[in-house]
Design a protein around this ligand. Structure first.
Ligand code: SF4
Length: 95
């Protein structure tokens, strides 16, 4: 299905047809309280991050939207180190 920036990423994960579990082993998460809205990550990996309008912070909309290399590059580009890899459980507990 098409993914949307209007819906949280954990609600539109790609799941296995066999057991309903997520296909990815880890997920990308922005600590929006720490994000300073510099837009670097959304520029580097635009199929993963977008700038959320209300608070001007970055948010992940599409888990697995970019290659791991690009996501790593986005993480390296963040001046305040607020992008983290998290487990499936942590992804849910953060929302
Ligand atoms: Fe926020 Fe970091 Fe992305 Fe800049 S690179 S918008 S500080 S998450």
């Amino acid at each position: 299905a098409e993914k949307s920036q209007d819906m949280p990423s954990h609600l539109q994960l790609d799941l296995s047809e066999d057991d309903g579990q997520p296909l990815l082993a880890r997920f990308t998460y922005v600590d929006e309280g720490t994000c300073i809205g510099c837009k670097n990550c959304a520029f580097v990996a635009r199929n993963t991050f977008f700038m959320e309008d209300d608070h001007g912070r970055a948010r992940v909309w599409n888990q697995g939207g970019d290659s791991l290399e690009l996501v790593d590059e986005a993480i390296d580009s963040c001046p305040v180190n607020c992008i983290h890899f998290v487990s499936y459980e942590d992804l849910w507990s953060h929302v």
